[in-house]
Design a protein around this ligand. Structure first.
Ligand SMILES: [Zn+2]
Length: 394
């Protein structure tokens, strides 16, 4: 091992020590989690990597952290930020979610999605604030926003102006085949769980939610489909005092940008006995909250088992949700109810365990997305649906 190699290793373990001893309150609440996460991630020092990156092991069956010579050039706080940047890429499963997207634009989108969550990101890191992009979206949605040349050009100009080069490399992500994606996904989920246990669950609710939402790397996919459908209608951007800029939350005079969507989202939730454990609804409901946040909207939530139990407005802030049904499962009454009440459904999300009727007389004309837990299948035939529904396991 040469001296450089040892030097990088030493710098890395010093940073781990710092993370381990940080105060578990305030801004550093998640540091112990990150420290445990990094400890479980094999480290490779490589001459081919400039600063940092995540990539595969030699036999390509697990993910590793790669560090290069220029990692040493950053300050302690910046080194922490770079390591957290890599952990966030893995928590969000960014390397597994490229799915044929344009290389550079996807790289920018992923960095934009995570740098806003990290303190002390070095100057060469991309930040949404810099490009006047909205906060709190997924990489897929930033990717779509970057189709607007205005943003892409601004980012490219910024990158060209950099003296230090990129913060990290995403090139190592391209080695992933479909086969090793499955292995890596299992490894990453296991690392998250172990790290959570090691820090005795002392992590922020936001981070915990992010981990859960990204458990299955294909999962956010339904959200971006729904977002596209829901925003196909005309949208208007207005300045509002209600939604404050997140960075200046305490100052009511700074306006945040809020997009208002005219299109509506209706959610039908199967609360029948067969959706037995609370876990079944907890996960999809977390997804719906995420949806409300991403669309800055609330949704109409209809609870149904054999009949409509309850209709309520549901938003990202809804907390005291209670299930009101407990019988067999027929979801068609919810559709009939909407027809009878003349509820104009434009986008419908149906959360069910899949064991429902096998036929609906008058299926909705809207875009329909079914969310089923685990590996469940849908018993309903959707052959007579005017628009072919999309089915996702969450
Ligand atoms: Zn990155």
């Amino acid at each position: 091992m040469d001296t450089l190699h040892l030097e990088i290793k030493k710098a890395y373990s010093n940073i781990l020590d710092l993370l381990f001893i940080s105060d578990s309150s305030s801004n550093h609440r998640n540091n112990t989690f990150f420290a445990h996460y990094l400890t479980k991630l094999p480290l490779r020092i490589s001459k081919d990597v400039d600063v940092a990156g995540v990539g595969l092991s030699e036999n390509k069956d697990y993910a590793c952290l790669y560090l290069g010579e220029n990692f040493l050039k950053y300050s302690k706080l910046e080194k922490i930020a770079i390591l957290l940047h890599e952990v966030y890429h893995l928590i969000c499963k960014h390397p597994l979610r490229r799915n044929g997207r344009h290389h550079l634009r996807y790289n920018y989108a992923c960095d934009l999605a995570i740098n806003q969550k990290i303190l002390n990101i070095p100057k060469n890191g991309l930040h949404v604030k810099q490009f006047k992009l909205p906060y709190d979206l997924t990489s897929e949605i930033y990717y779509d926003l970057l189709k607007d040349d205005k943003y892409l050009k601004a980012i490219e100009n910024f990158i060209e102006s950099l003296e230090n080069g990129d913060l990290d490399t995403h090139d190592l992500w391209d080695q992933l085949s479909e086969e090793n994606k499955i292995k890596i996904e299992a490894q990453l989920n296991s690392i998250s769980e172990q790290a959570k246990q090691k820090c005795r669950g002392n992590i922020s609710a936001d981070l915990n939610e992010l981990i859960n939402l990204n458990k299955h790397s294909n999962k956010v996919h339904w959200l971006s489909i729904l977002r596209k459908n829901a925003t196909n209608k005309s949208t208007e951007k207005k300045e509002t005092l209600k939604k404050r800029n997140r960075r200046y939350r305490d100052n009511p005079n700074i306006r945040g940008h809020k997009k208002s969507y005219k299109s509506t989202v209706t959610v039908i939730l199967d609360v029948s006995g067969s959706m037995s454990s609370d876990f079944d609804i907890a996960q999809p409901l977390a997804e719906i909250k995420n949806l409300c946040r991403q669309l800055s909207t609330q949704v109409d939530l209809i609870q149904v088992d054999t009949e409509v139990k309850k209709i309520e407005k549901f938003s990202q802030n809804s907390t005291n949700f209670s299930r009101s049904g407990n019988g067999g499962t027929l979801l068609y009454p919810a559709i009939e109810y909407c027809i009878k009440k003349n509820v104009n459904i434009e986008n419908l999300v149906i959360i069910t365990d899949g064991c429902i009727e096998d036929y609906w007389d008058n299926p909705p004309k809207s875009n329909v997305i079914f969310l089923l837990p685990g590996l469940n299948k849908l018993s309903l035939s959707t052959d007579n649906f005017p628009k072919k529904p999309r089915i996702f396991n969450v």
